[in-house]
Design a protein around this ligand. Sequence first.
Ligand code: BMA
Length: 374
Amino acid sequence: MAYFAPKKKIKMRKMAIFAALALTACGTGNKKPMETPKDQLVHRLFSYAEAGHIAYGHQDDLFYGHAWKVEDFENDPLERSDVKDVTGKYPMILGCDLGGIELSDSCNLDGIPFSLMRRAALKQIERGGIVTFSWHPRNPLTGGDAWDISSDQVVKSILAGGEKEHEFRLWQERAADFLESIGKDTPIIFRPWHENLGSWFWWGKDLCTAQEYQELWRRTWLYFTKDRGLTNILWCYSPNGPIPPEVYMSRYPGDEFVDILGTDIYAYLDGASVREADVRFSEQVKEMLRSLSAISLEHEKLFCLSETGFEGIPGPAWWTGVLEPAIREFSISYVLTWRNAWDRPGHFYAAWKGFEYEADMKAFSEKENILFLD
Ligand code: BMA
């Protein structure tokens, strides 16, 4: 059975969304809708889904790759990319992470100067690509990192009346300043408070109540959108998968605050053989995307596989034999594989020049339904 949403349904969903956007933009349904930057990206991503295309994204693609990194932050032309080295094309989506911006650090948690990130984001957009930002902020209550789950009072502490409310407002201000510096007319995807249905980040499931989580999301949305006027942002909600649909929705912030339904699902060995891990991954992705397909139709939203990959890509045909077959029947707008760390030889999720199975990623990039940046 194919779960690819029929074109007619996608078209209807698209029309409904544009009718709603038109009303929001003009306050009346009579005037011709003015397409805002955000509408343009929504439209573009819907067009992919409608055409049966899936854009490919890679985290940190232009900053570094397997065993190399940009050294001259101010002048490097940002032409190198592991993905381009292998496929001849840049990824359509560039993933970046804001972790560290909250304390005005000059570099993010993975050592990327924010000045370089800004230049790379603008370069990606100039090339015709899209940029998405995740955020692994430090723990505002304990001073630890995003993975510090020693207290279940953190989210509470930054909400209205909490002891860290004002400090956290400043953190948000700094993140908003950075996104604003990309340009208010440039549509971007923002994916905060991700993997929230696991309990490894301080905003995770066992660390706050559903209500607290939703309040955190909505307050973030309100600050960026209303106080700062960053209406160019598409908000991606991306819990870890696989999880049942009712669990996925249990902390959903609400239709008004979300534009893209995402999910993060990784392949992992954990004692299994590569073959077994591939089968498990494929089943998990299909099951989760089947749920998201239904939810996205009901809520008239875009959806995507916001993070994925198999660390070290241990099999010869992961791209064409596992990933592409797992996603091809779904009208997701994009799929993003995680980063190729320059300083950790085994921590990579895209192929690199010289990697033994690089040909398979090239074959993936040549598939008609997968979009790279030519
Ligand atoms: C994780 C790893 C870490 C990294 C973090 C944020 O999955 O790649 O090394 O610091 O993402 O990018």
